[in-house]
Design a protein around this ligand. Structure first.
Ligand code: PLP
Length: 463
């Protein structure tokens, strides 16, 4: 293989030099040997990150409106977070939590307790990835209620491990032959998701009541309330297209849960940690979760996720039900403590709210430009989790053209992404829906936000 890749001097020379070789050769190696075409959005190797910018090995510098899919929320290599992690690296890298607590774990609990959306959320368990934490939340709900069924949302995304995939119903991200993965999973429509068959004037309350009606039907039929452990919901649909849930929908779910003794799992993996201008998206509705899942922005790039529940529920877990060798790693926890301190100390929530207004204003102005108007169907989101949904040139609401496959909303979105990257803005679509999403760092400056919005506008006009 190395010969075929014609790396200068062949394998022997490569070995004598160690593995480092040119960026082009390494990319070629990636294309051949890294599964599933990862790294395909931008050609090249991302070499450095600093604040709102990333730099590629070839020197190309891009303004980053992806934040590694909402992870590096305080910008790349935030000095206080990197410093905290570096110090922890020199102190204690790993302590298996079943053997002993480590200090950053407990300090993180201390930081998180006061920012929980409800004081009843008082029992924490940390993991590495969002998917693992979703699995743990499902497990916790089943143990706490003694019931098996889980209700999820059409359009929802919760990860790619088996249990998380079972409750993921956004457009298929998986191949045939993998499903079904978990019995006892049912879904209801998330209001607004795929509503485009409906007249544009359909009020939100109609969509909400339609979903809640489906929930009632489901509970009356396939999944009797006495069998249902939990309803899992993203308060702002992420990979399904950045659709915020109407507060009355979330309240409706809460009411159904209260009526039937079902637990409400709120997945804040993407929407949590100040992303929407409050610490958690669910706070915008005032609805109380029974279990909350957090990850992504929690540690600004270090792998860390968490499940927060009520002590009365987590006390029912037998030792050994939850666990993982690397769960709650000390370096990640130390980084997360620094993240929490920065969010508080550097007035990040206020910055998100200010920059969010600017972003919405500029995208709405773009949408009302007569040249652009027919192509932008929707601008939506909350805080700095914002998306633009494109429409076919045949008019707002027109659907994918199965004959030409051209100029569908999906192809428009990916062409806009490509044009943005060419012009110096790193931006992406959601994995399961044809929207272009904006997830800039939460501490982005007015100037950088303006610059990114301008590049986006130029790219849209060009495409
Ligand atoms: N839940 C939500 C809402 C997500 O957006 C994601 C990832 O994008 C996950 C869960 C899965 O997290 P991870 O990719 O860390 O496993």
């Amino acid at each position: 293989t190395l010969n075929r890749m014609s790396i200068n001097g062949g394998p022997a020379a490569l070995q004598s030099r160690g593995v480092s070789t040119s960026a082009d050769d390494l990319c070629e190696l990636g294309r051949r040997h890294v599964t599933n075409g990862l790294g395909r959005l931008t050609e090249g190797i991302m070499a450095k990150g600093s604040g709102s910018y990333v730099e590629y090995e070839d020197g190309k510098r891009l303004l980053d409106f992806t934040s590694g899919i909402g992870v590096t929320s305080l910008g790349h290599c935030h000095p206080k977070v990197s410093q905290a992690a570096a110090e922890q690296c020199l102190t204690l890298v790993h302590a298996q939590c079943s053997i002993a607590f480590h200090k950053p774990y407990l300090q993180l609990v201390e930081r998180l307790l006061p920012v929980m959306p409800h004081p009843s959320l008082d029992s924490f368990f940390f993991w590495n990835s969002g998917s693992e934490a979703v699995e743990a939340a499902i497990k916790l709900a089943r143990v706490a209620t003694g019931r098996q069924h889980i209700i999820c949302m059409q359009g929802g995304y919760h990860g790619r491990t088996y249990g998380a995939m079972a409750v993921t119903k956004s457009k298929t991200i998986y191949s045939e032959g993998v499903f079904p993965v978990m019995p006892g999973v049912f879904s209801i429509p998330y209001p607004y998701w795929h509503q485009h068959g409906l007249p544009p004037s359909t009020p939100t309350s109609t969509l909400v009541s339609r979903s809640l009606y489906q929930l009632d039907l489901l509970l009356a039929q396939q999944s009797a309330p006495r069998d249902t452990a939990a309803i899992i919901v993203e308060p702002l649909l992420g990979e399904g297209g950045y659709v915020p849930a109407a507060p009355e929908f979330l309240q409706g779910l809460r009411d159904v849960c209260d009526k039937h003794g079902i637990l409400l799992i709120v997945d804040e993996v993407q929407s949590g940690f100040a992303r929407t201008g409050k610490f958690f998206m669910i706070e915008h509705s005032g609805v109380r979760p029974d279990i909350m899942v957090i990850a992504k922005g929690l540690a600004n790039g270090f792998p860390l996720s968490g499940v927060v529940g009520r002590k009365e529920h987590t006390d029912k877990l037998k030792p050994g039900t939850m666990g993982g060798t690397y769960a709650g790693n000390a370096v990640s926890c130390a980084a997360a403590v620094a993240v929490a301190d920065v969010i508080k100390g550097e007035n990040i929530l206020a910055n998100v709210q200010d920059r969010s207004r600017e972003l919405f204003d500029s995208l709405e102005a773009l949408r009302s430009d007569p040249d652009v108007f027919p192509y932008i169907l929707d601008v939506r989101g909350a805080g700095l989790m914002v998306a633009v949904e494109f429409s076919s040139p045949n008019g707002p609401g027109a659907q994918f053209d199965p004959v030409t496959k051209a100029d569908s909303p999906k192809s428009l979105a990916s062409r806009v992404v490509k044009a943005c990257i060419d012009k110096g803005l790193l931006i992406m679509t959601t994995s399961a829906y044809e929207v272009v999403r904006f997830i800039p760092p939460l501490n982005i400056s007015h100037q950088d936000l303006k610059k990114g919005a301008e590049i986006f506008g130029q790219a849209v006009r060009q495409v």
